[in-house]
Design a protein around this ligand. Structure first.
Ligand code: NDP
Ligand code: BG6
Length: 512
């Protein structure tokens, strides 16, 4: 016990985790992995992909022999690429001691090849360079398609004909959006499958790589206390809330042709819903988990217009600062009806969830940044203490799973306020990650890149999953567009459209 006390003191109450022990065994043998970031000059590559690769390198998670090639049309030398990348590399690791040294080592393994996305010759040049670096070793190749989706097929065609590995595996990570609706998504899948088999395609939904999303299944399936409660019998409603406190500035062009429903709901929030609601998989194997996700998605009813509210943000002046209207963005059509906010009620038609509303809300330019799952339980039958509450709704237990910011899981319970009288209070049993775990949470892209290198498909979207996800949203999206439904305007920095509150009230829910 003495030892435990001093350990806790040393770590200021937080429990230490074993350093470096988390990196799963990657191939440390004589094979090599070549990672090509296609679209290396772009925003995602700089913001997410290179920093994630560096973090993996820092944590010794990349194989001994690896090379990272950037590929794009922009002309750049290796030195220029390194300079560009170095500006966004951050050392998120606690022990900052050797960060600069490690950054230099990492950058020295980064190279650049300029070329067109549809040129077999340019990809053959890339192949030649990759071979020089692979130096005759058994070689595996990962291509990260960080380019707009209309270029995906050109790239995979060139990869398959000119740049695929002749001795090891070739895998392709594809970024969302995977189409705009059922039809375009199916066409994209068909296009990709002309050149790749399903096992080579890693469709990324970076929300699946978030720590608390991964933890959902641990929480559900390895805690006896939650298992029996996880159904319509005890759960009154579930909320999936996503909000950002900034608008679409800088990405207006992309956003305007997709909108919040395609950008956040059809993928990130629906994936969380599937993991939340699926039945217990036979095992932790990727196929078993993905089979269960598909099953629960197939049990859902497509979204109905009467269960959906759309909004668009308008300018607002706060503390002397003026925040813009969505359509002021030069890359957005002046008369755009694209929703920057949506709220929806979804239902699962199966024995476990019949009648339970799953409320989704996603919005840009709202009053706070947050991604959270909120589970509201039913009232305690015959509650002995009901006279101590003015509103029984306030007395229901609630479970919060906060993905970000400040990752946390907490359970709202009723408790007696200490003292001689009888007064009750709602308190939280909480697990705040920052207080409990001293190690920083890896970025979602780190986990997903590592999984792709290791061939772990659990956190990637299978094509049948994608089909069923689009089936749920396509009729609604078509109706919104055909009927030219005007989004309700809400002020930048507000809680969103009033109608969203009315939608929640219809199902006896108050948004969290
Ligand atoms: P960018 O628009 O920055 O494009 C990446 C690169 O692709 C550019 O640097 C450019 O390189 C090339 N490119 C851009 N437009 C065209 C075009 N019309 N024709 C040919 N090449 C083009 O995209 P992002 O980096 O923002 O995103 C990459 C992918 O990831 C996209 O599919 C995006 O939807 C997705 N995504 C992005 C997120 C983000 O936060 N940025 C988040 C989630 C998904 P060059 O001119 O040098 O060839
Ligand atoms: C992306 C969306 O998929 O997710 C963006 O295209 C959104 O619009 C982003 O801002 C949010 O991701 P995160 O990890 O910052 O919550």
């Amino acid at each position: 016990p003495g030892k435990k006390t001093s350990l806790k003191k040393l770590t200021n109450g937080a429990l230490p985790t074993t350093p470096m022990a988390e990196c799963r065994e990657v191939d440390k043998g004589d094979s090599t992995v070549s990672i090509t970031v296609v679209g290396a000059s772009g925003d995602l590559a700089k913001k997410k992909i290179y920093p994630a690769l560096f973090a993996l390198y820092y944590e010794n998670c990349l194989p001994k022999h690896f090379t990272i090639f950037g590929y794009a049309r922009s002309k750049m030398t290796d030195a220029e690429l390194r300079k560009m990348v170095s500006k966004t590399l951050k050392c998120r690791i606690n022990e900052r001691g050797n960060c600069d040294g490690k950054m230099d080592e990492f950058l020295n393994r980064c190279f650049y090849q300029s070329g067109q996305y549809d040129s077999d010759d340019n990809f053959a040049e890339l192949d030649k360079k990759l071979k020089e670096h692979e130096a005759g070793r058994f070689s595996n190749r990962l291509f990260y398609l960080s380019v707009p989706p209309n270029i995906f097929i050109d790239v995979v065609k060139c990869v398959s004909t000119s740049t695929s590995s002749s001795s090891g595996w070739t895998r392709v990570i594809v970024e969302k959006p995977f189409g705009r609706d059922s039809e375009s998504s199916a066409a994209l899948t068909r296009g990709l499958k002309q050149y790749l088999v399903e096992d080579q395609i890693f469709r990324i939904d970076h929300y699946l790589g978030k720590e608390l999303v991964e933890n959902l299944s641990v929480l559900r399936f390895s805690n006896l206390i939650f298992q029996p409660l996880w159904s319509r019998q005890y759960i009154r409603n579930v909320q999936l809330n996503f909000s950002e406190d900034f608008g679409t500035e800088g990405r207006g062009g992309y956003f305007d042709s997709y909108g919040i429903i395609r950008d956040i709901m059809q993928n990130h929030l629906l994936q969380i819903l599937a993991l939340f609601a699926m039945e217990s998989p036979v095992s932790l194997d990727a196929e078993d988990i993905r089979n269960e996700k598909v099953k629960v998605l197939r049990s859902m009813k497509p979204l109905q217009l009467e269960n959906v509210v759309v909004g668009q943000y308008k300018s607002h002046i706060k503390d002397g600062v003026s925040y813009p209207t969505y359509t002021e963005d030069k890359t957005v059509a002046k008369d755009s009806l694209t929703p920057t906010f949506a709220a929806a009620a979804l239902f699962i038609d199966n024995a476990r969830w019949d009648g339970v509303p799953f409320l989704m809300k996603a919005g840009k330019a709202l009053h706070m940044q947050r991604a959270e799952i909120r589970v509201q339980f039913r009232h305690v039958p015959g509650n002995l203490y009901k006279r101590f509450f003015t509103d029984l709704d306030e007395a229901t237990n609630e479970l919060f799973i906060r993905l970000q910011p400040n990752a946390a899981i907490y359970l709202k319970i009723n408790n007696k306020i200490p003292g001689l009288g009888m007064r009750l209070d709602c308190s939280n049993l909480d697990l705040l990650y920052a207080a409990r775990y001293s190690k920083e949470i890896p970025d979602a892209y780190e986990r997903l890149l590592l999984d792709a290198i290791e061939g772990e498909r659990r956190l990637f979207i299978r094509s049948d999953e994608l089909d069923v996800a689009w089936k749920l949203f396509t009729p609604l999206l078509k109706e919104l567009e055909d009927k030219k439904i005007t989004p309700e305007l809400y002020s930048y920095g507000s809680t969103g459209p009033i109608e969203a509150h009315n939608l929640a009230s219809k199902y006896n829910v108050k948004w969290g």
